[in-house]
Structure formats: structure tokens, C-alpha cells
Ligand binder design. Structure first.
Ligand code: ZN
Length: 387
């Protein structure tokens, strides 16, 4: 094992030992990473969430200029409850060239590699800064990523490139759909089933809304970009659940629809939201409120994770191709924080060690070979910063 690989594995052991499941605080791990980065000369900012329970870390090595390269990873991991693990999930076990433990591939393996390479990158980042962005709550809707992008914008920090190290087996990913989840609540007026016109039937309005969703679902097929390589190529809408009412003979006063859309382009999401807003304001609500002024339709946003749109020009893609020797860029079905970086003006790709096949599962692992491949990529990044 090379010293660099041994260092990375040692750091990964320490990171896995912080049980940073999304519902608990990540502050200890963030503080630890902050110290490690400071010790090699990085300027470290820690941005807390509103209640100070979790934090994002953003660190810079090299010159204080725009146009830097961000190495990004989320600090949280998914739960281990109800999973059948062979070993303690928060203690790395090495066996047969693999490192087992929660978060080894998703995605503390990448974070450990980036931080263990920081001293080398610090020596070589002369003309272009390298940033480290470690976020909270990615697994529960990219909440930390959204806050981080806002913090950077507020401080006028403008990196140019983001490499998100989610597990792709070091394949280069230039696109994924977004994932927007909503719960729409309908409030009507209860009454006796024999006099429907005296109440406002929330279930019946929910059905009208659902019909509109079905019409939009069709309209979205026609909006698919010609060049779309997604499967399917268009933005999809799915209705996941519908609930409402209490009994045969009672006018339903409440109904709820849980639905999602997976946009291939941000414009589709705006199109759907704007259409639904107008449909409710102009068609449904006036009819409901004629009977009952308090009737209402409200949509709760569960999460809006931006997609990563493949673009013709993409510096992040060019850089990662150069660093890895990979010559094709692919699309994946899962969401990442890359779309957030892209939306804030950076070029972004996903490329990291380990396989998404192992993510979120019991006996999650990363192979030493994958960690080494990631070390090699960052080694070449050092050459590039030196040039
Ligand atoms: Zn992940």
C-alpha cells in the first residue's frame, strides 16, 4: 500500500466512526475536517444551519481568486436501522481489498481522499484555487447543499468548476434529472352526501387537480429536448398517493395528493408550477370559495433537487476527462448536489470512487482500488494546478 493510500484509509476509518446519519448532528466531523484542512494551510469557513445543529464546511487552498475548482461531498449518511450488517457499520473493516462501513462509498471515501490529498494540492495550487465543500443533509433533500450555494453567493465566492464525488466507479457523469416532491392539500367544506352543492368536496377538487397533472404529463413528452439522452427523454410526473374523505355519505372536507416530477430541464419545472398555480387561482379556487370562502389548495414542497443538465460546453467535464483519461460522459438516474452548483453558475460533473450499487445497503463497501483511482485523479489535478 502506498503511503498516500494508507493515509486515506486511516482518515476514512476516522470519518466512518462519526455516525453522521442525516437526523443527527455532523458538527464533530465537520470540526475535525476543518482542523485537518487548516493544518495544511487551508482557509476554512464553517456555515451553521439555523439552529446550529449541523454545518457545511467550505475551505480554500491556493490564491484568493474566482474560478476555483470545488471538490464536493456530503457528510451525512443514511440510517443503518433494520439492516443486517455483518460488522459494526461505524467501524471500518478491511477484507479482501474492500473497506466495509456505512458511508465508505456514499461518500466518505471521496471526502477522505480529497482531504488526505489536501497537503499535496496546497503545495501546488499556485494559480487556481481548490475548494473543499462538505455539506449536511444531502440524503434528505440536499438541504445543506442549497444553503452552501447561498452562502457562497452571499460572500461573492465564485468557483468555476464543481466535481461532486458521489460513487460512480470513477465514471464521468454529466447529467441527471432533478427530483421535485410535493404534497398538495385540498381543504373543502363537509356536509351531508344528499346535498352536494352545500359543501365543497375536497376529493372531487383533488381529482380535477390530478387530471391537470395527467394533462401536464402528456404535454411534457412534447417538450423533451431533441438531444435528450435521458430515459425516458422527457420530464416525468408521478402521483404517488391520494387520500381523502371519511365515508360514503359525507362530503369530503379534506384530500391530499403526494406527487413528484423529475425534470430534464429547469424550464419544465417552471412550466408545470406556473400552469398549476394559474389553474388553481383561475379555475378551482374561485369555484370552491363561492360556496366556502375558507376553502383552499396549498402545495407543500418536500424537496426540490435540481437536475444536472448536460451542456455542450462544460469545463468540469473537460477537466475530469483530462484527469481520468475517461473519454465519455454519461447520465445517471440518481440525483446529486451537482445540479445545485450548476444552477449557481458553475460547470459541474459527478465522478467519485465506489459504486452506487453499494450505497444505502448493509455491508456498504469501497474497494481499495477505487480509492487509489481517486487518489490518482487528484494527483493529476495537482499537476494541472501547477502548470
Ligand atoms: Zn450520496
Amino acid at each position: 500500500m502506498t503511503t498516500q493510500l494508507a493515509d486515506t484509509v486511516a482518515l476514512l476509518r476516522e470519518l466512518v466512526a462519526f455516525p453522521t446519519i442525516s437526523e443527527v448532528s455532523n458538527l464533530d466531523m465537520i470540526a475535525y475536517l476543518g482542523h485537518r484542512l487548516e493544518s495544511c494551510g487551508a482557509r476554512v469557513d464553517i456555515f451553521h444551519d439555523e439552529i446550529g445543529h449541523k454545518a457545511n464546511l467550505f475551505a480554500t487552498i491556493g490564491p484568493e481568486t474566482d474560478g476555483g475548482i470545488v471538490l464536493s461531498g456530503h457528510s451525512d449518511v443514511v440510517p443503518v436501522a433494520e439492516q443486517d450488517w455483518t460488522h459494526d457499520p461505524f467501524e471500518v473493516v478491511e477484507e479482501g481489498g474492500r473497506l466495509y462501513g456505512r458511508g465508505t462509498c456514499d461518500m466518505k471515501g471521496f471526502i477522505a481522499t480529497a482531504v488526505s490529498m489536501a497537503p499535496l494540492l496546497a503545495d501546488r495550487a499556485r494559480t487556481r484555487p481548490v475548494h473543499f465543500a462538505f455539506t449536511y443533509d444531502e440524503e434528505v433533500g440536499c438541504l445543506g447543499g442549497q444553503a452552501l450555494v447561498q452562502s457562497l453567493e452571499a460572500r461573492g465566492i465564485r468557483p468555476a468548476v464543481a466535481i461532486v464525488g458521489e460513487p460512480t466507479m470513477m465514471r464521468l457523469i454529466e447529467g441527471h434529472k432533478g427530483c421535485y416532491e410535493y404534497t398538495t392539500h385540498f381543504t373543502g367544506l363537509a356536509g351531508h352526501g344528499s346535498a352536494p352543492s352545500r359543501g365543497v368536496n375536497a376529493v372531487e377538487y383533488a381529482v380535477r387537480y390530478l387530471n391537470r397533472l395527467l394533462e401536464l404529463k402528456e404535454a411534457l413528452r412534447a417538450r423533451a429536448p431533441d438531444s435528450s439522452r435521458f430515459d425516458p427523454p422527457w420530464t416525468t410526473i408521478n402521483t404517488g398517493s391520494i387520500h381523502g374523505g371519511v365515508a360514503h355519505n359525507v362530503i369530503a372536507s379534506n384530500a391530499t395528493i403526494e406527487w413528484e416530477m423529475r425534470p430534464v430541464q429547469a424550464a419544465d419545472a417552471r412550466f408545470v408550477k406556473e400552469d398549476l398555480r394559474r389553474y388553481c387561482e383561475e379555475m378551482l379556487l374561485p369555484r370552491m370559495r363561492k360556496i366556502h370562502p375558507e376553502a383552499n389548495i396549498t402545495t407543500e414542497t418536500i424537496g426540490e433537487v435540481d437536475g444536472l443538465e448536460p451542456t455542450t460546453e462544460n469545463e468540469a467535464r473537460d477537466i475530469v476527462m483530462e484527469l481520468t483519461g475517461v473519454d465519455t460522459a454519461e447520465l445517471v438516474p440518481f440525483g446529486t448536489e451537482a445540479g445545485l452548483f450548476q444552477a449557481s453558475g458553475m460547470s459541474a460533473v459527478v465522478c467519485g470512487p465506489g459504486s452506487i450499487e453499494q450505497a444505502h445497503k448493509p455491508d456498504e463497501f469501497i474497494s481499495l482500488e477505487q480509492v487509489q483511482n481517486c487518489i490518482d485523479m487528484l494527483w493529476r489535478l495537482g499537476d494541472k494546478l501547477d502548470a
